[in-house]
Design a protein around this ligand. Structure first.
Ligand SMILES: [Zn+2]
Length: 186
């Protein structure tokens, strides 16, 4: 994960949370060479007073995505005609393990697209609906206004991108990018 980690952020195992000079290690974290990482899927909690950083799972019982669910996940690859997504949440409930999903190019907007490149990029957090749960890899769709990218990072410098009309702008390096945005992208 690029950029600054904040309380409430969804993180995956191995995501960088900060450095030992900034924080005290709490539950669900570990450090290697002075860098603090998450050891589980969960939500970050930073105690501003003690500077303790922890990652809490939101649910105790196992949750499995089903057809019709709205899921949140991180784009891990974008190749050819599909994006692979690590599904980490159903709505606002954190899953106990990661499920793999795919969005095929025809399911991104529901219409014809030349290329997937300006729709999703690695590291993006997307909201999608599960359209098929029969195979091991879930089939996902973002072909609805409220579905798509909800958080994106600059391809050039890794900074969090900000929406400016229909485009995304990097306040750090000035890069302008496109995505298939969810309507509530901030
Ligand atoms: Zn940038």
């Amino acid at each position: 994960m690029s950029g600054e980690v904040k309380t409430g952020n969804l993180v995956l195992p191995g995501d960088k949370l900060g450095v030992i000079e900034e924080y005290v290690l709490g539950a669900g974290t570990f450090q290697e060479d002075g860098v603090i990482y998450s050891s589980r899927i969960g939500v970050v909690l930073i105690d501003n007073k003690s500077k303790k950083i922890s990652v809490f799972p939101k649910v105790a019982k196992p949750l499995i995505p089903k057809k019709g669910d709205i899921v949140l996940g991180k784009v891990i690859t974008v190749q050819g005609k599909k994006a692979t997504v690590a599904i980490a949440m159903i709505e606002d409930k954190v899953l106990s393990s990661i499920f793999t999903g795919q969005v095929f190019i025809r399911q991104i907007t529901g219409g014809y697209l030349e290329s997937i490149d300006d729709m999703f990029k690695i590291g993006d957090i997307i909201r999608a609906s599960v359209i098929d749960d029969k195979e091991e890899v879930y089939q996902l769709s973002t072909a609805s206004p409220e579905l798509g990218v909800i958080k994106a990072y600059c391809a050039r410098c890794g900074n969090v991108l900000r929406r400016v009309n229909k485009q995304l702008k990097c306040d750090s390096c000035g890069n302008v990018e496109m995505r298939k945005l969810a309507s509530d992208f901030e």
